[in-house]
Ligand binder design. Sequence first.
Ligand code: GRF
Length: 191
Amino acid sequence: MKRYFGRKVITAIFISGRGSNMRNLIDFSITKKSPININLVFSNNKNAGGLKYAKEKKINTICLDNKKFQILENKLLKILKEKKIKLICLAGFMKILSSNFIKKYDGKIINIHPSLLPKYKGLNTHQRVMDNKEKYTGCTVHYVNSRLDSGKIIIQKKIKIQKNDTAVKIAKKVLMEEHKIYPKAILKIFS
Ligand code: GRF
């Protein structure tokens, strides 16, 4: 992906909940080395915890809660165009974007997932990892394509599972690594 004459890339983050990755990306975006600027936080859930932080940081927030996701997507695409968004970072965004939406932002949507993809796509990853007695788990930042959690991998971090680990403990450890690799992935795609 290219920057325009070295300018920071106009970026949106999509969230549905807590927003710790969003918060981390916002903090990263104001560092000198960051190639991105966060211009918009979108949520499909008006109660998403992350919205408060984004507002405190004076970032535009938009919340569209619509059962008919098609309508929501069309409204959203219009807003993204108006705001000249060039990169979309999904961070705990729980809606599946349509292939029409993804086509419009082809190669410009990235996501963070709490497993070593292609293993453990979808939800409830940590419990499934524990149930299967895996030796390792981790997290992945990848491009988004029209198949769930299946786009090209940008970066991954592997973590060894310890004997006394539980799904809850693993979730915490993985989240800490997520916060390290998401900014690294962004640096990588613009390097
Ligand atoms: C993270 O584990 C992320 O990998 C997954 O959803 C969770 C979101 O957490 N896609 P947060 O909202 O960023 O704290």
